[in-house]
Design a binder for this molecule. Structure first.
Ligand code: ADP
Ligand code: ZN
Ligand code: ZN
Length: 763
């Protein structure tokens, strides 16, 4: 009997067991770990999957199906990626298949039915090129040119061709696109045929790809200031005995310039670098800054690329099919799944940012934490950067797990912005408010506009107003599928649910008492935009939020307009809080700090501090000291006082005391189990059942089941059970016990209509 008769395949399913297939002899030589193969599952379905193991242990079942085909000449996934996938599946309590589904570009995941042939979704882009039919000698070429004397169009095409191909006698020539040649020669489509027939030119197809390479001249790196140089040296020193460093630098201190120097160092060593950013909105400005130095070595990866483009980026990072390689990849969280071959450095910018966490679907992973694991698998170093680090990361520097490097000066010794508190409650009482603006904010905007400076206004809610209300009876229009109020969007004249996307027309009458005239309550970015246009009619106003940035290039358009001084006032959600580096921006307004602080979550205070610090950091980055106006009805609030003094240390201290008192991370580990059912009574029964079982094992470490603040989404009622585990205990055993309790629940009668999801580190 031959060796290696079986292959375990990762399929894009939540099932956690093995899928084993027979490996026909004909494939045995060409299938490896990481190969993409086609298999049949059950009676009808076909899937592409990734080979995770080749072995000769017969599985217990008797009728083993064979692999159907191998889809690529080389494995598309490498060893390190497979290791990362297994780590993620185990740590985040999901199947490896779910990780694969998040990791692979969707065009590499094929699905079909056994009756019909499955075809690849990705098609390489090919174009028609022109070349000389033969490597003619110089003499021969002159003869040919002479012979065309009476065919002026053909002569022109040939001379233009030689020009475009960079012809010099005896030298090599560039392939020339047929379309380009005809355009440059001003020739009609068929006019090249004569040259083809005469055996002078030849057409051929070549794969060109969809990605545009940076082709402008490169710029030298900026020289670091002495303070930045000191930080760079400290980082290098830390890396001689630690893998991870936290770079805590105030906004505009030159963190990005430091990254650029670190990247340069790695590229010179022939290593790859991953640069993670929390949101795509941020990438535009950063990409431009990096491309200036690293040109076509720079690749970008995020969800706004087309499926085909994502396959091409994948190939270029992996060096598959001899594509031109990317050495530096900038991307949002999914970029960590790319097939890096020799990572030297991982940068996680704005490491505290909540968008590094994927909420749904599984894997519910934190990209910062996973990127650290990826780095260690490569033996690479990592830098986490932030102006207001997450509590966990800062804590890790105190415990010695990470090194800490600080930058306390803004570049050019520009001072940190001056922060002004504006008491909105008092202003309302004294009738000093104009729309939603305090006199302090209006004054600051007025001043900025008079000096031709720019302003951003931050409001953490999109839409016109968060809800409508009947002034007679207090009725509020709610989503028909979720337990939340509908947000009023004026521009599209609709009520929209921000949880499920449901939308309806605007009710003209109260749904309860029938009286007409519902009133708007609260305000979102759209309303602020309307109002600011009334207060400052000559200002050029733009808005940046989820609603205005749906198109692929919409971010760029809005940012460019701001950069070029075409926008005076930009209103936005947290999208505008990060990364923006605009010279002429001097005033930042935070319209309502209260709804940040009152968010029902143990991290609300940490997050609001970070957000306010970050938005503030956009103001006055070059020459003038910026001004930040924070509107709040609670000016004595402790967190706001800390923001006022940019006092990170004390924020950290106070948060640590609270977390310790109430046992929250970093003092414990949290795992959240969400149980969902369409029937409220059954949900209660099942979630109680699960909690009881878990309490038998974990005792007081189990909290709940409880309804979350939004207790129903898309008709599914939700209850959460929270597990709080001691840091010191090994967590893998606890995870196994949780999985076992869930499996037991799923065997109960009627449990198949439950949905259960597990979220490890749900914050
Ligand atoms: P951060 O990432 O900490 O917010 P940046 O790297 O964006 O800071 O720096 C803020 C601004 O100052 C940027 O426009 C940057 O180009 C400029 N800058 C920082 N350091 C230098 C330097 N050493 N030489 C020239 N310009 C610098
Ligand atoms: Zn009413
Ligand atoms: Zn809804």
């Amino acid at each position: 009997m031959m060796n290696n008769h079986f292959a375990d395949i990762i399929l894009p399913l939540a099932y956690k067991g093995q899928f084993t297939y027979a490996l026909p002899d004909e494939f045995a030589g060409s299938v490896r770990r990481g190969s993409r193969v086609l298999v049949q599952l059950g009676n009808r379905k076909l899937y592409s999957g990734i080979v995770s193991r080749i072995h000769n242990t017969p599985p217990p079942t008797r009728n083993i199906r064979p692999l159907l085909s191998i889809l690529d000449p080389e494995p598309v996934v490498n060893e390190i990626q497979l290791k990362l996938w297994s780590w993620m599946a185990e740590y985040y309590m999901c199947s490896v298949g779910e990780v694969m589904k998040a990791a692979l570009p969707s065009d590499l995941c094929l699905e079909g039915l056994a009756e019909a042939p499955v075809t690849e979704k990705y098609k390489p882009r090919e174009e028609t090129f022109v070349r000389l039919k033969e490597p003619f000698s110089e003499e021969r070429l002159n003869e040919i040119l002479d012979s065309l004397a009476r065919a002026p169009v053909q002569l022109r095409i040939l001379t233009v061709y030689l020009d475009l191909a960079g012809y010099i006698p005896g030298g090599s020539m560039q392939p020339v696109r047929k379309n380009l040649l005809l355009r440059e020669a001003g020739a009609a489509h068929g006019s090249i045929d004569g040259l083809l027939k005469k055996g002078i030119l030849d057409l051929f197809e070549m794969e060109t790809g969809r990605l545009v390479d940076y082709d402008r001249p490169l710029e030298a790196l900026k020289e670091l200031t002495s303070e930045q140089l000191r930080a760079l040296k400290e980082l290098q020193k830390i890396f001689s005995d630690k893998n991870t460093a936290l770079l805590h630098g105030v906004t505009s201190s030159g963190k990005t310039e430091l990254y650029i120097h670190l990247i340069d160092e790695q590229l010179k060593k022939g290593k790859q670098v991953l640069y993670l950013l929390p949101e795509i909105a941020l990438t535009t400005q950063i990409i431009q800054r990096l491309q200036k130095h690293f040109g076509p070595l720079t690749g970008v990866y995020h969800s706004r690329f087309s499926n085909a483009e994502r396959v091409e980026i994948w190939n270029r990072v992996g060096g598959l099919y001899n594509a031109r390689d990317y050495k530096l990849v900038i991307g949002a969280r999914s970029a960590l799944f790319l097939p890096f071959r020799n990572l030297g450095l991982v940068i996680v910018d704005e490491e505290h940012d909540g968008s590094y966490k994927q909420q749904d679907p599984a894997p519910r992973y934190n990209a910062r934490d996973s990127a650290l694991v990826l780095a260690s698998l490569h033996g690479a170093r990592s830098v986490l950067g932030s102006a207001s680090p997450s509590i966990e990361s800062y804590y890790n520097t105190l415990s010695g797990k990470y090194g800490l490097v600080e930058l306390k000066q803004r570049y050019g010794s520009v001072r940190l912005p001056q922060i002004i508190l504006a008491d909105s409650r008092e202003a309302y009482r004294k009738k000093l408010m104009v729309s939603h603006f305090t006199p302090q904010l209006l004054g600051a905007i007025d001043n900025a506009l008079a000096n031709n400076e720019q302003v951003i206004l931050f409001q953490n809610r999109r839409g016109f107003s968060p809800y409508l209300e009947c002034p007679e009876c207090g009725w509020i229009p709610k989503c028909v599928q979720c337990a939340v109020s509908l947000t009023y969007h004026k521009g599209i004249a609709s009520m929209v649910c921000h949880y499920c996307g449901y939308s309806s027309s605007i009710p003209s009458h109260c749904g309860n008492c029938g009286s007409p005239g519902l009133q708007t309550r609260g305000f979102g970015t759209e309303k602020i935009e309307d109002e600011i246009k009334i207060v400052f009619p000559s200002a050029r106003v733009a808005r940046m939020d989820q609603d205005t940035t749906r198109g692929k290039n919409s971010f760029e358009r809005i940012l460019r307009s701001l950069e070029e001084g075409q926008t005076d006032i930009l209103i936005g959600t947290q999208m505008i809080s990060k990364g923006l580096d605009i010279e002429n921006l001097t005033v930042v307004g935070i319209l309502n700090a209260d709804n940040l602080l009152n968010f029902p979550d143990f991290r609300a205070h940490e997050r609001s501090f970070q957000l306010m610090e970050q938005v503030s950091g956009r103001a006055g980055r070059r020459t003038k000291t910026g001004k930040v106006v924070i509107q709040t009805s609670d000016p004595g609030n402790r967190i706001i006082r800390l923001v006022l003094n940019h006092d990170y240390r004390n924020m950290f201290k106070i948060q640590m005391e609270e977390r310790k008192a109430f046992n929250y991370p970093p003092f414990c580990r949290m795992i959240r189990i969400s149980v969902k059912h369409r029937d409220r009574a059954l949900l209660n029964a099942f979630s109680d059942f699960l909690a009881r079982d878990l309490k038998a094992v974990f005792g007081k470490r189990i909290l709940g089941p409880e309804y979350p603040p939004v207790s129903q989404i898309q008709l599914w009622y939700i209850k959460n059970i929270l597990v709080k585990l001691e840091r010191e205990q090994p967590v893998s055993r606890a995870k196994m016990q949780i999985s076992r309790a869930i499996e037991k629940l799923m065997k109960e009668k009627g449990a198949s209509s439950l949905r259960i999801s597990v979220d490890v580190d749900p914050y």
